[in-house]
Design a protein around this ligand. Sequence first.
Ligand SMILES: Cc1ncc(COP(=O)(O)O)c(C=O)c1O
Length: 362
Amino acid sequence: MTFERKHLKNIKNYQPGKPIEEVKRDLGLRQVIKLASNESPFPPSKATRKALIENICRVNRYPDSQGYYLKRKLAANLKVKPGNIILGNGSDELIVLALRAFVDPGQEVIVGNPTFLIYEIQAKACGLRVVRSRLKDFRYDLDDIKRKITKKTKLIFIANPDNPNGTYLKHEEIQSFLKAIPRKVIVFFDEAYCEFSPEDFPKSINFLKQGYNMIFTRTFSKVFGLAGLRIGYGIAKPELIRSLDKVREPFNVNSLAQAAACSCLNQKNQARQTVRYINKEKYFFYEGLGNLNLRFVKSATNFILVDLGRISSKAVFSRLLKKGIIVREMSSWGFKNFIRVTVGTHSQNRRFLKALSLSLNH
Ligand SMILES: Cc1ncc(COP(=O)(O)O)c(C=O)c1O
């Protein structure tokens, strides 16, 4: 007998990157580095740690349900109104809220294939029909997405830049896509990695100001280094934000996360430095991978998808794990011979490239 709802039957659980402590415990290792979940390799700054400590004594109270200070800061930065913003328990939560707020049973959701797995998992968990659009040369194929739109389509998810491919769509491409699709369709642009992208990355605020039915989400988990606190945000026209707010739990973003995020926004220089560091290290990676004769997808993010040729990603993953390095093996995405590796500190990246070389010539 099963108690589970019918539509959960075909959902495969999301497998996150292995936690460092688990690998230490399981393999009896002392030094483990994690390059598996596209986190920042740097701990929060002194100022952010101070903001956290100052707020610890207030955790007997519920957090501010409206995130007043953080929304005002974000709004000022983005030159929008606080009413254009919703906060989420990570940007992940906003994916679920969008599905719950906008898609009726019987309507369809379009997702890329392969892309960030949460869109499909959560759409299925809501009992919705998922239509997949195959990526072309590791990039979203917007013409294919247009062809897949039917009368039933309600929501389209686009990760830009994409995970796990690391590629991005440019401003002009998105502009003509938005012009071409029916107004009743909402497009959800997941911009978790936008800070790492080049100049011609879309200025999504412009699309918002043109009145399109779109939501774009960003996060404090990547460049700002707050992955463990779970905080992200979405930007859309107030009408869409009000609908998202109806399905949001009142205290979805905890008070420490709100305080830390406010503090991060006071230190934009720090974020710029992190981006510069990671983007420089990416070239160190490219060079190292080239020296190993490995192909990779050039990335607009803080991670790289690496083609291992004929070598199985599962084998390389476990050899690296035994050497204390956690990466992501990509078979769940249908890439049996690929790993995805997050750019870390210079010494972590050096250690990874050395270990990878040994793991290939095993
Ligand atoms: C494309 C994409 N969107 C969203 C997320 C989730 O981010 P958050 O930590 O804000 O929930 C990730 C995390 O890896 C991601 O890769």
